[in-house]
Design a protein around this ligand. Structure first.
Ligand code: AMP
Length: 279
């Protein structure tokens, strides 16, 4: 099998990226697909497109996707409250959850821009652990098996969001790989100005897709991986960057309305949790 990765930039600014793990025979097709995608991205026409093709020599780990819950929610304020509550319910202290959300909303790099990779945050003291806070840590060498993508597309079509299959497939693949090793929870807000959707992912809650987590048109976004004190950072980053992982099957896929599920006296997250807890 081969890892194939694309990244495109304009004036050294990252505009798009994607990756696959594929058999050798599919390389020409996937190179074409990824270069077309780089050349037509709404973030700008790239002046450099890098495509890396690398033979995988390590054993590939196959894992299931996290269960997916797509939440119907109307307001940005409600969405932020739900994300924080979901993080708290996953075991993240409330100050760390708020701090992470604020960082992603203002632009998480030290100069207030977006990062190419993710923040690693010690959830017990809010300390950032990624070695380079401008770049962050990039999760790579992951993919979802074509049969699992088709099963996902089918499930998403019953929820009428199958137009978003590609974006959801990539997000859930990354989140499933990240949740599989020593990550307590993840918070993600897209950096794409036309995409207001974000998510919270954890082993406990699965993948909670949360619309309106970002104000439409805003371009700040990013990812935070929450870990605990005492983690072996070298081993953790090595897993994220290098361990080849294929998501070979999907789990539950469901939609839940945050608007209708809230009986009086019950918080939004409590009522959602009645349908969403996995451990
Ligand atoms: P996206 O979901 O592509 O809109 O990305 C949102 C943010 O997540 C980006 O601004 C990066 O900070 C971060 N990010 C994107 N891809 C990765 C990756 N492969 N590994 C870690 N962080 C990433």
């Amino acid at each position: 099998m081969f890892s194939i990765r694309m990244r495109a930039s304009v004036n050294r600014r990252h505009v798009s990226g994607a990756e696959r793990i594929i058999p050798k025979k599919d390389i020409p097709l996937v190179v074409e697909e990824l270069s077309k995608r780089a050349a037509t991205h709404e973030n700008g026409i790239p002046d450099i497109i890098h495509i890396t093709i690398e033979k995988i020599t390590d054993v590939i780990q196959c894992i299931p996707a996290l269960p997916l819950t797509s939440i119907t929610i109307k307001s940005h304020v409600q969405a932020k409250g739900l994300a924080v509550d979901a993080l708290i319910d996953s075991g993240i202290p409330d100050t760390a959850a708020h701090h992470a959300l604020e960082l992603l909303q203002k632009g998480p790099a030290p100069n207030g821009r977006n990062m190419r990779g993710a923040i690693i945050m010690n959830c017990e003291n809010k300390k950032r652990l990624e070695p380079d806070s401008f770049r962050g840590v990039r999760v790579t060498r992951m993919d979802m098996k074509p049969e699992a993508v088709e099963a996902l597309r089918k499930e998403l079509s019953t929820l009428k969001i199958d137009k978003r299959t590609e974006i959801i497939r990539e997000a859930i693949t990354l989140a499933s790989k990240v949740a599989n090793f020593k990550t307590i929870a993840e918070l993600c807000i897209s950096d794409n100005p036309s995409n207001h959707v974000g998510y919270v992912a954890s082993k406990k809650l699965g993948f909670l897709r949360i619309p309106h987590l970002k104000k439409t048109g805003a371009s700040a976004g990013g990812r935070v991986f929450f870990v605990r004190t005492g983690i072996n950072l070298h081993e953790y980053i090595n897993y994220l960057e290098h361990a080849p992982v294929i998501v070979d099957r999907i789990s539950d896929v469901q939609a839940v309305s945050a608007i209708n599920t809230q009986p009086p006296g019950c918080s939004m997250i409590d009522s959602l949790l009645q349908v969403v807890s996995y451990i």
